[in-house]
Every structure is written in structure tokens, then in C-alpha cells.
Ligand binder design. Structure first.
Ligand SMILES: C[S@@+](CC[C@H](N)C(=O)[O-])C[C@H]1O[C@@H](n2cnc3c(N)ncnc32)[C@H](O)[C@@H]1O
Length: 866
């Protein structure tokens, strides 16, 4: 149909209600309103078709219902009838049609509605019934539409279309109306439903009876209730019954559960899908949870664990080595939680740059940009967690202006533990890309000096960029090996060492960690971490009035990189652990498997993804209480053997201050602690579980060769010691003879006689002999440094000894030759006094020497104690 030409263009057509009202026809009324069935109908073709269909359907159903009714009348017993009768009065009408008395007039209106409900319950065919229920009404409405279509033939088509549309709308309306009507009648329906349900569960007659008697008891109350309340009450009861059944079913399932059958060796690879793996994992976990009861007698716990480990590796894509480490770290249930949470990224978090804005203001601006966020928690005043964002968080104008930095929640913790103060000198030893360093600068409010260092040139560029963006102006950026920092700069108030690590705490961020790490990586990290921490401690000024603190952190959860490193530092430097000030997180390990760490390690903090919803992290805070470096911890000794700890008896020549006495005590305790290195060595048990036999055999070989080397070294040291000892002896004797010669010269000068007592002479000579012996003894046992000391002492004392001997011999000779009676008394007493003085001096020196000896003794005792 094209558009009609408008020939009346230009002619003003009268619009508005007046014109419309002229066109309007007489009102028409629906059949229902008029109450007359016999009105003439002009049905459209489609309408007629539909009407006949519906009628046919209705008739078929009626017949069906009749049939069923007759059947149910035969089968139903009296109890059922009474139950039906006890339901609401409406039901009575429905379920006792004979009492109502069907007439041809009401038959069509009433029967389908109610009988259909019964069928609905029995056959569960809702839709058809709704249709049948509505059929009559639809017919009525259709007829209305037709009456409206009593216009001219030209308009009839259009009118037909309209009426059809209207019909559809009306049908919908009617449907909705019916729904409401049904809702009103729902209590009846529910009654019926409950009846049927109870009928079905005929086993528990008594219970049902109770329930229903309960119902009847409550009937009075129920009458007061709104229909919706009644309905909910019934629903609740129904739910309870269902719960009971479900519980029973569950118990049945558990009882009938098949026992886990340990897979045969050949069939281990039969498992095809991840679901199978998961299923087997679950089964093994349940067996392990009650091993005594659920195990099969043939296989040990470790065999089950081996299978579980393999399955975990397959399911979560870890290598065996790391999985084993994690299995050692967590109990089984916690391990699964950790693995699961490591599969999920942590929520995105940002840190407000307090140098440029306030958190509240930043949050407001970001919310306006469509960012859905919240404060990170009570523990931080600058952190925000971002749930969703319509803009990339690393490209907002606020980000570019340096109002915030994207930073993991756990990365804020080490800086909080460091607690920087304004106007301090602080070092971040491995700072790139500068997340924590910028946090430090912000807390320092751009005062003091912040040294941000990193060994990596490329990464240090990121520090520069971030510092510029965030407006940090109190910093010096350096690029050097942190281990050499103390040689260049010292005296910091605080040092942060966020050490390079294996990253086992950030698996969710970097899944490559799962497969790329092995024991060599851990060993390498451990060595570097130890050295960096020692350097960090050496950079700190113990006498700082405000600080003297070192914070050590890693994003690894392995004890090798955390507790062991700290334990090592406690033994090597004058530091002690202090509280981190972080009031959440789990305590660090004091006991880990068969290893024992220093008790104060419980002051360190561990953070896990599955418990704290943040990356795995470790934080420890140390306080340096003395700048003196214990000689036991000399770098020479450390460098001598990378894998072996420095033996404790090398502390011999250590000078003991009051503060160090504390350390000494610590050392005595700590020497009992297992040495971390040993833990990293693959022992016999481990080799079985690692499943990497080649590596293990290599490791063993390495160990053997190392041990051999060490033994050789020791032997060499012993031999050289002996040699040097012999040399010293020779030298000493040579020197002695030399000095004897020189002393003969001095004899000439001392041509004096005195009244020196013979006993005195003897005692000094004996003393000298004793000292000599002792020195010899100590020479045998002491280290090379002591040998040198003793040599010097010998050097000092031997000439005096000679002199004394010479003097004695002179005295002896002179005394024999001098006639004392010839010597005037005054002169004799003067001479005697002089000689006495000389003797005193030598005795005094001997006394001093005794003191030294005692010192030696004291040190020896200490060593023996250790
Ligand atoms: C965990 S990251 C530091 C992250 C940084 N603290 C932050 O919050 O942005 C470890 C850093 O240590 C650096 N590093 C590795 N060995 C180093 C060494 N010997 N001296 C100094 N830095 C080192 C690495 O380049 C790396 O940037």
C-alpha cells in the first residue's frame, strides 16, 4: 500500500475532539457485562479457528477429567476424603461437585478451572490448563473486539488488525488477571500440593499425622494469618521436610561411599581429565584426614602423599620441588586454601601520595570517574582497594599527576614497620621501581635525605620516573651493589632491605614461579639475602638518636629466605629483633620442621593470600645496638666457605664490651640452632621425595667434594700452624742467643755488687721458666693471631730474663769475690736498694704478663664452654 495523495492540501481540516466525537459510534459492551450469550457474532477467520481449537481442547480435557474422577472415586479411601474435606471450604465446593450440582450452564465455567488444578497437580501440565482456564474469557474478549468492528467494510480490515492486536493485549491482560486470581486461590492449591506430597511419602504416616494435627491445631491461628503468611508457613514446613530427606540421603551416600582404591603403579597414568585428578585429590585428602580408618592396609601415608603431590602438581601446574616445599610449609587443608587463593589475582590496590593529596579527596575524584573503591582497611590511612573501574587506573589524570601509585597491599607493610621519621637519613637498599621508597619519602614529608639504591640500571630509571611524578625532592638515587654500600656510605638512621627473592608469595601475579624455581635458586637467593642484610646492618648507625633500625622484607613465603636469613644476621651482628608494629599477620617461625630458630623470631610477621587476601610477604624489624662488628663474623671467614657457617670458636680474639657480652650469650644459644645451610642440603629422606634423582646425586657429589676440600683446608691450616709454631720456637731461641750476646756487653756496665737475696733469684728464675712453659703450651693451642701476640710478649720478656740471669750470675760471682765487710754500709745499702728496684720492675712486668695470661685463660675457657 502506497501513500494516499492528499487532495485536500491547503484546506484546513478541523481537528480535535469535536470531529472525533462525530465519528465515534455507539458504545458496545462485552458479553459478560450484558449477560447475553446469544448475541450475534461475527468472528474473523482466525478467531473462529482459535475458538474451535480451544473448545475442542476443553472438551478433551473434560472427558479426561471425568475418566480420572471415576477412577479416583474407586481408589480413594475414606481418609483421603476426610482430608480433602478438612481443607478449606472452597475446596469442598470443588471436590464435591455433586453437592454443587453441575448444570449445563455452569459446567463450562467451573469444572475446568478446578478440575484442571487437580490435573495440574497430577499431570504437571501447567500451560495447557492455563489456556483452558482462560479460554472462555478469551472468547468473550474476542467477541468484544468484534462488536467494536461493526464499521464499514473498508475499515473492516484495519479494524480486524486492530482488534487482533487488542485481542493479544487483552489476552495478556487476562493472563495476568488469571495469575492474580490464581494467586488468590493459591492456598487451596498449596493445600492440595501438601496433601499430595504427604500422600507420596506414605511411609511416615505417624509423622504426617503429627504435622497435620499440628496444622489443625494451628488452624485457628492460621485463620488470623494473611494468605501470604499462611503460604510462607507452609513453604517452611515443606522446606523442613525436604531438608530432612536430603540429610537422610546424604547419610546414606556417606555410608555407601566407596573406599578409595589405591591406584596400581601401571594405572597411575590412566587419569585423563583434570576432573579425575580433582576427584582423586579429594579422595586422598579424605583418606589422609582419617588415615587409620580409611587407609588400605598395604600403603603407607607417604605413598598417599606422593600421589597427592603429583595430583596437586598436575592440577595447579607446580613443579614437584616447589609443591614439596609448600607441603612442608602448610598443613593439608591450609595448603589447598593457599593453592586455590594463589590462582586468583589479589584485588587491585592503590596508595595515596600524601605529598600531593588526601585519600578522601582522591577517592571522591576517582568515584566521579567511575571507579568503584573503598578504603583498604583500618590498618592503612593511605590505601584504597579498587573493585572496578571504567578507566585504566594507570592512566587517569590523577595517576599522571602523581596523586597515587598502584601498589599491592602487602607492599605497604614494610614501610609501616620501618616507621620513618622526618629529617632522618634513610636508605632503601634495593628500591626499584620505587614503590616503597616513595612511601618512605611521603612519610618523611620530603624532609631529611632518602637514599634509593638498586643494582639494576634499567629498573633505577623507574625510580627516577616515579619520584618525579610523585614530587619527591629529598632523595639521592644511587645504582650500586647493595653489598658494597657500607664501604661507600654508612651512618643511616634506618635502612629498608626489600630483598630480591624467589617470589613464592606472588604466584598469582607471576605464575611462572610455579615451575621455574628449584633448590639452586633458593640457595642463591639465600646467600645474596644474607650478604645484603649484613651490609644493610653495617650501614646503620647504632647510636642514632631517632633510629638504628633495619627492616628486612621479601615477597617469598619460604623460611629459607626469611627466618633463616634473620637468624643468620642475629648471629653475625649486634642486632636484635623488635616488634614490627603491625597488628595483624601470623608470627614468624620459631620451629620449622626439625629446625629451631631464635625465640625472638616470633616477632617477625608472615602474610598469606588465603588468610589476609594479600600477596605472601615476610617482614622483620631489627634494632642495631652496637656498631662493633663481632670478629667471629669477619667477612674473610664467610668468604672462605660459602656453604658452611663460620665456626663459633673463631671468636677467640674478640674484644668483649658490655653490649657484646649480650651477643656472646646469644651466640651460645644460637650455636645450638641448626645451621640453615644444612637445611638446604638434600638429605636421604628428601632425595626420595624430590623425585629429581640426578640433581640429588649431583648435590651429594658436590657436598662430598666440598667436604674433602674443607678437610684439606683444615689439614693445611694445622700443618701451617705447626710449622709457624716450630718457626716461632726457632726464632725465639735464635733471638734468645742473640740477646745473650748483647747482654754480655751490658754485663760490663753492671759491675756492681749487692746484697741480693739468693731465694729471690731462684724464684724469679722459676717464674720465668713457668711462664715460658705456659707460653709454649698456649702457643700450641692458640690460633695464629695469638701466636703472634705471644711471640711479641716473648720478645719483650726474653731480654729481661737474660738480664736477670746475667745479673744473678754477676751477683753470684761478685758476691763470692766481694768481701762484704770491706764495703761501707751506706754504699752497700744503696746498691741493695738499686737492685731491689730493678727486681721490682721485672716482677711488676711479670705480674703484667700474668694478667695477659689470665686473659688468655679466660678466653680459652670461653671457647671450651662453647
Ligand atoms: C623486590 S625488588 C624491590 C622492590 C622495591 N623495594 C619496591 O618496593 O618497589 C628487589 C630489587 O632488588 C634489586 N637487587 C638485586 N640484587 C641487588 C643487589 N645486590 N644490590 C642492590 N639491589 C639489588 C633488584 O634489582 C630488584 O629491583
Amino acid at each position: 500500500m502506497g501513500r494516499k495523495a492528499k487532495f485536500t492540501e491547503g484546506v484546513v481540516v478541523k481537528k480535535g475532539p469535536g470531529r472525533k466525537s462525530k465519528k465515534q459510534k455507539d458504545p458496545t459492551f462485552s458479553k459478560a457485562l450484558i449477560g447475553n450469550d446469544n448475541l450475534d457474532k461475527k468472528l474473523s477467520h482466525r478467531q473462529r479457528k482459535r475458538a474451535t481449537k480451544r473448545l475442542q481442547k476443553a472438551q478433551v480435557k473434560q472427558e479426561k477429567q471425568k475418566l480420572k474422577k471415576s477412577e479416583t472415586h474407586v481408589t480413594q479411601n475414606g481418609q483421603d476424603d476426610s482430608e480433602e474435606l478438612s481443607s478449606e471450604s472452597d475446596n469442598e465446593v470443588v471436590l464435591k461437585p455433586s453437592t454443587v450440582g453441575f448444570s449445563d450452564d455452569n459446567k463450562q465455567w467451573l469444572t475446568p478451572k478446578h478440575t484442571s488444578k487437580k490435573i495440574e497437580l497430577e499431570e504437571e501440565s501447567d500451560e495447557e490448563e492455563e489456556e483452558s482456564c482462560n479460554s472462555e474469557q478469551e472468547i468473550v474478549e474476542e467477541s468484544e473486539g468484534e462488536q467494536e468492528s461493526g464499521e464499514s467494510e473498508e475499515e473492516a480490515d484495519i479494524a480486524d488488525e486492530d482488534t487482533e492486536e487488542e485481542e493479544e493485549e487483552e489476552e495478556e491482560d487476562v493472563d495476568i488477571a488469571d495469575e492474580y486470581a490464581e494467586e488468590d486461590e493459591e492456598p487451596e492449591e498449596d493445600n492440595l500440593k501438601v496433601e499430595n506430597l504427604n500422600d507420596l511419602s506414605g511411609d511416615d504416616d505417624s509423622e504426617e499425622g503429627d504435622e497435620f494435627s499440628g496444622d489443625s491445631d494451628d488452624n485457628k491461628d492460621d485463620e488470623d494469618l494473611l494468605p501470604i503468611e499462611k503460604q510462607s508457613k507452609k513453604l517452611r514446613k515443606q522446606q523442613e521436610i525436604e531438608d530432612k530427606l536430603a540429610e537422610e540421603e546424604l547419610q546414606l551416600n556417606i555410608a555407601n561411599q566407596e573406599k578409595f582404591i589405591f591406584p596400581a603403579k601401571d594405572s597411575e597414568n590412566d587419569i585423563q581429565s583434570l576432573q579425575d585428578v580433582q576427584q582423586r585429590m579429594r579422595e586422598i585428602v579424605t583418606v589422609l584426614s582419617d588415615f587409620k580408618k580409611l587407609r588400605d592396609g598395604k600403603h603407607s601415608r607417604s605413598e598417599y602423599i606422593d600421589i597427592l603431590k603429583n595430583d596437586l602438581c598436575t592440577y595447579y601446574s607446580y613443579n614437584e620441588f616447589l609443591m614439596e616445599k609448600l607441603m612442608q610449609l602448610f598443613p593439608l587443608s591450609e595448603l589447598l586454601e593457599f593453592l586455590e587463593s594463589s590462582e586468583v589475582q589479589r584485588p587491585l590496590t592503590i596508595r595515596t601520595n600524601s605529598l600531593k593529596t588526601r585519600r578522601r579527596d582522591l577517592a571522591q575524584v576517582l568515584i566521579n570517574r567511575g571507579v568503584n573503591l573503598d578504603p583498604i582497611g583500618k590498618w592503612s590511612k593511605v590505601g584504597l582497594v579498587v573493585y572496578s573501574s571504567q578507566v585504566p587506573m594507570g592512566a587517569t589524570p590523577e595517576y599522571l599527576a602523581g596523586h597515587y601509585i598502584i601498589q599491592g597491599a602487602s607492599s605497604m607493610l614494610p614501610v609501616m614497620a620501618l616507621a620513618p621519621q622526618e629529617n632522618e637519613r634513610i636508605l632503601d637498599m634495593s628500591a626499584a621501581p620505587g614503590g616503597k621508597a616513595s612511601h618512605i619519602a611521603a612519610i618523611m614529608k620530603n624532609t631529611g635525605v632518602l637514599f634509593a639504591n638498586d643494582i639494576n640500571k634499567d629498573r633505577i630509571k623507574a625510580v627516577v620516573g616515579n619520584f618525579h611524578r610523585m614530587g619527591i625532592v629529598n632523595s639521592v638515587i644511587t645504582c650500586m651493589d647493595g653489598r658494597k654500600y657500607p664501604q661507600n656510605m654508612k651512618g643511616f638512621d634506618r635502612v629498608l632491605l626489600d630483598a630480591p627473592c624467589t617470589g613464592t608469595g606472588v604466584v598469582a601475579k607471576d605464575p611462572s614461579v610455579k615451575t621455574s624455581k628449584d633448590d639452586v635458586d633458593i640457595q642463591r637467593c639465600y646467600n645474596l639475602q644474607r650478604e645484603l642484610l649484613i651490609a644493610a646492618i653495617d650501614c646503620v648507625n647504632a647510636k642514632s638518636t631517632t633510629g638504628g633500625y633495619i627492616v628486612y622484607s621479601t615477597c617469598s613465603i619460604l623460611p629459607e629466605e626469611n627466618e633463616w636469613v634473620i637468624d643468620y644476621a642475629l648471629r653475625k651482628r649486634n642486632v636484635k629483633l623488635v616488634d614490627t608494629g603491625l597488628d595483624f599477620g601470623t608470627d614468624g617461625f620459631v620451629n620449622y620442621r626439625h629446625h629451631r630458630f631464635h625465640q625472638t623470631l616470633k616477632l617477625t610477621k608472615r602474610f598469606y593470600p588465603h588468610t589476609h587476601n594479600m600477596d605472601g610477604f615476610f617482614v622483620a624489624k631489627l634494632k642495631k645496638f652496637s656498631d662493633v662488628i663481632p670478629k667471629s663474623a669477619s667477612i674473610e671467614n664467610e668468604a672462605e666457605d660459602e656453604t658452611e657457617e663460620v665456626p663459633a670458636n673463631n671468636t677467640m680474639s674478640m674484644e668483649v664490651s658490655d653490649e657484646e657480652n649480650e651477643v656472646e650469650e646469644n651466640e651460645v644459644e644460637e650455636n645450638e640452632v641448626e645451621k640453615p645451610k644444612k637445611k638446604l642440603k638434600v638429605n636421604g629422606n628428601d632425595s626420595g621425595t624430590h623425585g629429581n634423582e640426578k640433581k640429588q646425586s649431583k648435590n651429594k657429589e658436590m657436598e662430598k667434594t666440598k667436604n674433602k676440600k674443607q678437610n684439606k683446608k683444615k689439614r693445611l691450616v694445622e700443618i701451617t700452624d705447626k710449622k709457624s709454631h716450630n718457626k716461632n720456637k726457632k726464632e725465639n731461641t735464635g733471638k734468645l742467643s742473640k740477646r745473650e750476646n748483647s747482654s754480655t756487653k751490658s754485663k760490663k756496665k753492671n759491675k756492681q755488687t749487692n746484697e741480693f737475696d739468693g731465694n729471690n733469684k731462684q724464684s724469679t728464675a722459676e717464674k720465668i721458666k713457668r711462664i715460658k712453659k705456659k707460653i709454649d703450651n698456649s702457643l700450641e693451642t692458640s690460633t695464629s693471631s695469638n701466636i703472634q701476640n705471644n711471640k711479641q710478649r716473648l720478645k719483650k720478656h726474653t731480654p729481661k730474663k737474660k738480664k736477670l740471669e746475667e745479673n744473678n750470675s754477676k751477683i753470684a760471682t761478685s758476691s763470692s769475690s766481694v768481701n762484704w765487710s770491706d764495703v761501707p754500709v751506706e754504699a752497700a745499702t744503696k746498691l741493695g736498694k738499686k737492685l731491689k728496684k730493678k727486681n721490682k720492675k721485672t716482677v711488676g712486668q711479670l705480674k703484667l704478663h700474668k694478667k695477659d695470661k689470665n686473659k688468655n685463660k679466660f678466653q680459652k675457657q670461653k671457647i671450651n664452654n662453647r
